[in-house]
Design a protein around this ligand. Structure first.
Ligand code: GDP
Length: 478
């Protein structure tokens, strides 16, 4: 377990430079970005007179999923499928066609709700879950957040268009995730459809279809005429069999948030895909940095259900806040535990935002200088007239001390612009406006980047401030 000096300082609400100093007293030279171990951090915390509270971060931060299940407890589960492919190749149309192919529609009512995922039953009685957000952005985003929900990728390629840029991207993403691909060669009804060409082109991207001796299934379909849809669904089940998908439904639920939103009259609603265990009404859970108690579960047909097992997408009502798609969903023992985890995660998020927001501010610069990793105060100075710039420049240059030097990165006449902000950002500098303002875009950018703009109309005030900054930077004992 380690923590960076900066992070430790943030958590104690102390200046990073002071933490560096305290470490030095302990005989340790560290910069603000360096990591220190938990024991050292504890000493520093005590040194500052703060209470030490080590949180079991490993389980909270990295996820709280329980141990792997005994193989004896594993039961077969349905596959979870994501549809990817180039824009306009028919991803949405295909998902619609598949939704309509649901044989359970008659008895239980069709899939009416768009909750981010749906599960259909095919004639064989098997069920397949589809993630209802086509495209690789959703897939990649989920994966980036550590949520691997997809078992199989359906790669949609329009037979009249062939492999395009996003097809290639989708192939890359599926490969990176180690998820098997089934190719849906779509728009086969079109007169200019050329399915043979699609197969040839796939070859160039290391997708060798079965007909050519490879192991990738390809199915010619038309989302429009519904031709081949049943065959595609069978292909999915065939692939699922190879994967031997299993889960233990008899344990507390763990899964992933597929979608989350706030709805009038319903509060925060999250669509959850349970991956193992079974979620029940009344369960207390954590979803990312939010927690809640399940007030109701609503399935993809709009029906209230008491529970949902592996691969059954359900809307969960009863959240205290709105989680993010890709967040881990875990049922926990009690509210106290749920609150503790959610609080901890919210604190981590706030700290991350604070660090990101503070990057480049003068305060950070001071820390860097105190830590010995910087010896200049970079400045971007914009003024109303040339004469005042010359006067400021001459005085600022005279302010040079032996340790910390002001350094004018850029000085000019005119309003503070976005290019001034990006210049200051690259060097963690301070932006000064003398009798000029920042334009709205620049203001917004500075706010976003956590950069400081200071405005002056009197040269002496400006110089006094810079002087104070420079002397404040001088760490007396080091
Ligand atoms: P997406 O961007 O990949 O989601 O593509 P869409 O599902 O929105 O489809 C793009 C266009 O192709 C729409 O105008 C569809 O009606 C049309 N389309 C989709 N599938 C087929 C098909 O199988 N045959 C024909 N002729 N048109 C299709």
């Amino acid at each position: 377990e380690t923590i960076t000096v900066q992070e430790l300082a943030n958590r104690m609400a102390e200046r990073a430079g002071d933490v560096v100093k305290s470490l030095m007293k302990m005989g340790m030279m560290a910069t603000i970005n360096q990591t220190i171990d938990a024991d050292t951090a504890e000493l520093v915390v005590q040194e500052f007179g703060h209470r030490v509270r080590r949180v079991a971060e490993s389980d909270v931060e990295l996820g709280m999923r329980g141990e792997a299940d005994d193989t004896a407890d594993l039961l077969p589960r349905s596959p979870v499928v994501t549809v990817m492919g180039h824009v306009d190749h028919g991803k949405t149309s295909l998902l619609d066609a598949i939704r309509n192919a649901d044989v359970a529609a008659g008895e239980a009512g069709g899939i009416t709700q768009h909750i981010g995922a749906y599960q259909i039953q095919i004639p064989s009685g098997d069920k397949i879950t589809f993630i209802d957000t086509p495209g690789h952005e959703a897939f990649t985003e989920m994966r980036a957040r550590g949520a691997n929900v997809t078992d199989i990728v359906i790669l949609v390629v329009a037979a009249d268009d062939g492999i395009m840029a996003q097809t290639v991207e989708a192939i890359r993403h599926a490969k990176a995730a180690n998820v098997p691909v089934i190719v849906a060669c779509n728009k086969i009804d079109k007169p200019d459809a050329d399915p043979a060409r699609v197969r040839q082109e796939l070859l160039q991207h290391d997708i060798v279809v079965e007909e050519m001796g490879g192991d990738v299934q390809v199915v010619d379909v038309s989302a429009k005429t519904k031709q081949g849809i049943d065959t595609l669904l069978e292909a999915i089940m065939l692939q699922a069999e190879v994967l031997e998908l299993k889960a233990n439904p008899n344990r507390s639920a763990e899964g992933v948030v597929i979608e989350a939103k706030v709805e009038r009259g319903r509060g925060s609603v999250a669509t959850v895909l349970v991956q193992r265990g079974t979620v029940k009404v009344g369960d207390v859970f954590v979803a990312g940095a939010e927690w809640g108690r399940v007030r109701a579960l609503v399935d993809d047909r709009g029906a209230q259900v008491d529970s949902a097992g592996p691969t059954v997408p359900v809307e969960v009502l009863g959240l205290q806040g709105t989680p993010t798609a890709g967040d881990e969903f875990v049922v926990v023992e009690n509210e106290g535990r749920a609150r503790e985890i959610a609080d901890y995660r919210q604190r981590v998020i706030r700290e991350k935002q604070a660090t990101a927001g503070a990057r480049g501010t003068v305060e950070q610069m001071l820390s860097a200088i105190q830590a010995g990793s910087a010896s200049e105060l970079p400045l971007v100075i914009k003024t109303d007239v040339h004469g005042s710039y010359e006067a400021i420049k001459a005085t600022v240059e005279k302010l040079e001390t032996t340790v910390v030097k002001p350094r004018i990165l850029h000085g000019a006449v005119g309003a503070i612009s976005e290019s001034d902000i990006s210049l200051a950002k690259a060097s963690n500098g301070l932006i000064i406006g003398f009798n000029v303002r920042a334009n709205p875009q620049a203001r917004e950018m500075a706010r976003r980047e956590g950069l400081e703009i200071r405005y002056y109309s009197i040269i002496y005030d400006l110089i006094d401030d810079i002087k104070a900054l420079l002397t404040g930077m001088l760490a007396p004992e080091i």
